[in-house]
Write a protein that binds this ligand. Structure first.
Ligand code: 5GP
Ligand code: ZN
Length: 106
């Protein structure tokens, strides 16, 4: 837990049953319908700042969320550093479903 880290606060507020798992949450500025953040419990600013064992469970969760979204097209994105468009300094993956053209913007 890092002081003043918004994602640590989100993690801390989750239900006890999910305690050992990473957290999936919706961003405040979603890029598309279903845009989800997968956030490890362990605090670290960048991918290279947290132990590898805390990373291994994140992509399977992204895969499950992608399946559950039913999207045929989607991006998995992970930004590190301001020049790479990282806004929140707690590692996270974005799962961004891409709607079909008939489903509107996204
Ligand atoms: P980054 O640019 O760091 O890869 O992505 C940061 C993400 O965190 C963005 O999608 C942004 O909307 C989201 N975000 C920033 N602050 C908050 C917050 O307080 N709550 C939630 N749920 N998402 C946030
Ligand atoms: Zn944090």
């Amino acid at each position: 837990m890092a002081a003043n880290c918004i994602f640590c606060k989100i993690i801390k507020g989750r239900r006890p049953l999910a305690e050992q798992f990473p957290k999936a949450d919706y961003p405040i500025n979603p890029l598309s319908y279903g845009h989800t953040l997968i956030i490890p419990k362990h605090h670290g600013a960048k991918l290279t700042d947290i132990p590898e064992e805390h990373l291994t469970e994140l992509l399977p969760i992204a895969s499950r969320i992608a399946k559950a979204s039913g999207a045929e097209n989607y991006n998995v994105l992970q930004n590190n550093g301001r020049l790479a468009h990282q806004e929140v300094d707690h590692v996270h993956f974005h799962l961004i479903p891409k709607p079909n053209e008939t489903e509107g913007l996204g």
